[in-house]
Each structure stands twice: as structure tokens, then as C-alpha cells.
Design a protein around this ligand. Structure first.
Ligand SMILES: *Cc1c(COP(=O)(O)O)cnc(C)c1O
Length: 407
């Protein structure tokens, strides 16, 4: 077992807070959305936290997600079900990206995506608070991570996937012990069914941002990035945005670290990347709106960001604007081209959503949003190995004469 997990687990959670109205909610109780129907954010006693632990203490610990335990909500060590949540590497991609571009390769996490960060935390908290049955709508990776962690601790799961969810995702969810259904609709329509069951008390609703702890898990992407870059954040971050948990989580992490005095006031410009076939956040950003209307007929190869309506839309838009970034859309052909280029030139196989961040970065450089010498981090949110790859159909007949020089 991981060394950290056997230690006591002090947490500095004081309460939860409605992200819209600021209304206070008790910690240590099961919560969904706030009474205003908005996501809840976890708050900590940062003064006490800062006295109890320094960034150097954390930096000296084993480099996994649990090194950040004081900044995480779990109170009891035995609530945690771990599959080995490693710190993910920053990989330079000098040929397809440029000399100052790093990819944070989240595909190396359990279940092959950064959904593991959010779900390891949410499942631990569900377990701590006595939940025995969970349901979730998913485009694939979140369901896979939930299924895996829930299976490990005997929580039952019911998972609904839009019909266009990649086959590999549906199968891995089933293989990891969940009850999974395809639904003839988009993720928000699956979410509506989950909501109906939750209202009847059949299960706890684990939809994106409808429980408060996935953000805390995703927050570790921002904490980790700061530590990896010597407590100096990059100039810009490109984040593939569906529900936006990661972007909101990182923005929260930066804020908490600044208040702890672990980083300065400098923030990266946050670029929320969407596919042009499903870009509700981009449309709202460009129109100057605080909320995003539902995107009809959503379609893109990047299933992880095919989210027509995000509960946390205003939190995404707020972070993007406060940071001086933007919301950017890229087309499927550009996404697939970026995946191909990165694999062929830099040997790193991105998932389509990761490819979207590279395509958006290239577009941002062309449009002078980003200078070529600025330090940029792209998030590759899942392993490229889960997704369909270009055909490779050449055959060699071992019984025929072989022209070795032509191979
Ligand atoms: C979930 C997911 C996203 C979007 O992440 P959010 O934080 O929900 O916006 C992007 N890419 C992949 C591969 C995903 O699974």
C-alpha cells in the first residue's frame, strides 16, 4: 500500500459554499447542488493549513495525488480506494508544438484518463458519507473511472452513455463491474434520467459538478503543475473543456496556493478548448454572456468534450475571462491532424481531446493570441490508445519473394 495512505489524514475543510450565492453548507454531510441549483465549492481553513504544512514538506513527499492531502477533503484514510494516482509527466513536443510547449500527459493515470483524479476523490467522499449506490451520465472516461473505483469498494453503479460513446469506453465500464446502458440522446439527456432516479431516492447523482468533490480531485492538476514547474505557473494553459471540472478546479487551486503564499499573483491565461461541432462555451464567450445556451446537434470525434450544456458554464467563463484567456473552437479535421502530427513528429499519441488543445494552440499562435516563446501547457486528458487510430493495412506475404529494400 502507498505509504501516504497509512498515515493520519488531517483535513482543513471548514464548509462548502454555493458557487453562485456564497450560501454556506455544512461539511461532512451528503450534498448535491446548492439550493440555488448551482455547484458547491469546498472551502478550507487556509491559515491553519499554511501553519501545518509548507510547500517544501509537500514537495518532499512521494509524488502522487495524495501528497496534497491537507488540501483535499477526505478525512479518513480508510475511505480511500486507490489504484495508484501517479503524478503525470510534462512531455515536451518540440516538433509538433514548439520549444516552449509541454504536454501534461494525463493518459497515464488509472483507467487511462484524468477522470481518475476527480472520481478517486468523489468515490472516497461518497464512501465516507455512506453512499452505497451511484448513477452517472458519461461520454466514457468518467464512467470508466467511477466503475473502477466503485468496484474496488463495493459501491453499486448505474451508468448511462450517449449512443455515440466510444465502444471501448462502454466495454471498459461494463468490464469494471458497472451496470451500463447506451441511451439515444446526448449526455445532458442521460443526466436528466439520472436526476429522475436520484429524486426518487434510487441512487446518488454523480453528474459532473452535481457533487462537490470531483473538482477537488481535478484541482490536483493545478497543484501538481505548480510544483513541477518550480512554483512558477506557465504563461498559458490549453484545456479541453466539456463540463469544465478541470479548468474550474485548477483555477481554484491557483487561488488557494496564492493565499497560502506558495505561488505569486501570476496566473496563466486559461484557454478553454472546444470542438466546433459542440462549442457552447465558445459561443457564450464570444457573445459576452455569463451562461451558455445548450448546443443543439452536438457532433465531434472528441467525445470527451461533447457536452452541449455544462452546469458550471459561468464558472468556466469567469475563470477564462479573469485569466485573460479565451474560449476557442477547433474543427475535427484540425483535431485529427494535430493528433497525427504529434504522434509522427514527437512520438506522443494524444487522445482527440488532447489533439484539440494542440490544434487550438497552433491556431492561437497564428492569430497572435499566444507568442511562440511563451511557456504553454496542453492537457492530454486521456491515453491515445483508447481511441480509433488511422488504418495501417499493409501486408507482407512470407511465401512470396520479398524486396527488403522496399520495406
Ligand atoms: C471528460 C473529458 C474531458 C473534459 O473534461 P472536463 O473537465 O469535464 O471539461 C476532456 N477530454 C477527455 C478525454 C475527457 O474524458
Amino acid at each position: 500500500m502507498n505509504r501516504n495512505l497509512t498515515e493520519d489524514r488531517p483535513t482543513f475543510v471548514t464548509h462548502l459554499e454555493c458557487s453562485l450565492t456564497g450560501e454556506r453548507y455544512e461539511a461532512d454531510q451528503l450534498h448535491g447542488l446548492s439550493r440555488a441549483g448551482q455547484p458547491l465549492l469546498v472551502r478550507y481553513d487556509l491559515d491553519a493549513l499554511g501553519r501545518a504544512v509548507s510547500r517544501d514538506t509537500i514537495a518532499a513527499r512521494e509524488t502522487d495525488l495524495w501528497r496534497w492531502r491537507e488540501l483535499l477533503p477526505v478525512r479518513r484514510t480508510d475511505s480511500i480506494v486507490s489504484l495508484g494516482e501517479i503524478e503525470t509527466p510534462l512531455i515536451p513536443i518540440p516538433r509538433s508544438g514548439g520549444d516552449t510547449v509541454l504536454v501534461k500527459d494525463e493518459g497515464r493515470l488509472p483507467t487511462g484518463s484524468f477522470k481518475a483524479r476527480g472520481l478517486v476523490m468523489a468515490v472516497a467522499m461518497a464512501r465516507e458519507l455512506g453512499v452505497t449506490r451511484i448513477a452517472m451520465p458519461t461520454n466514457g472516461n468518467a464512467g470508466a473511472a467511477l466503475a473502477a473505483y466503485a468496484a474496488r469498494c463495493g459501491i453499486e453503479t448505474v451508468i448511462l452513455c450517449p449512443e455515440e460513446t466510444p465502444e471501448v469506453n462502454v466495454r471498459e465500464i461494463a468490464a469494471q463491474g458497472a451496470r451500463v446502458w447506451r441511451v439515444n440522446g446526448q449526455i445532458d439527456e442521460c443526466g436528466a434520467i439520472v436526476g429522475r432516479g436520484a429524486a426518487e431516492g434510487r441512487w446518488f447523482d454523480f453528474s459532473t459538478l452535481k457533487e462537490p468533490y470531483r473538482i477537488e480531485g481535478k484541482k490536483t492538476m493545478g497543484l501538481e503543475l505548480a510544483a513541477q514547474l518550480g512554483w512558477e505557473l506557465p504563461d498559458a494553459i490549453f484545456y479541453p473543456t466539456g463540463g469544465g471540472t478541470g479548468l474550474i478546479g485548477m483555477w481554484k487551486a491557483f487561488d488557494e496556493m496564492e493565499r497560502l503564499g506558495w505561488i505569486g499573483a501570476k496566473r496563466p491565461r486559461m484557454y478553454a478548448v472546444q470542438a466546433s461541432g459542440c462549442a457552447p462555451i465558445v459561443r457564450a464567450y464570444e457573445a459576452g454572456e455569463d451562461h451558455a445556451e445548450r448546443w443543439e446537434d452536438a457532433a465531434t470525434v472528441a467525445a470527451g468534450i461533447r457536452v452541449p450544456k455544462a452546469v458550471g458554464d459561468f464558472l468556466i467563463l469567469r475563470a477564462v475571462r479573469e485569466s485573460g484567456g479565451a474560449a476557442l473552437a477547433v474543427g475535427d479535421p484540425a483535431i485529427l491532424k494535430a493528433v497525427e502530427e504529434c504522434a509522427k513528429k514527437d512520438g506522443l499519441l494524444l487522445c482527440p481531446e488532447g489533439g484539440a488543445t494542440l490544434a487550438a494552440y497552433q491556431q492561437a499562435v497564428r492569430n497572435n493570441l499566444v507568442d511562440e516563446d511563451e511557456r504553454v501547457v496542453l492537457y492530454n486528458c486521456a491515453t491515445g490508445l483508447k481511441y480509433p487510430m488511422p488504418e495501417a493495412g499493409q501486408w507482407l506475404d512470407k511465401n512470396a519473394p520479398i524486396d527488403l529494400g522496399a520495406l
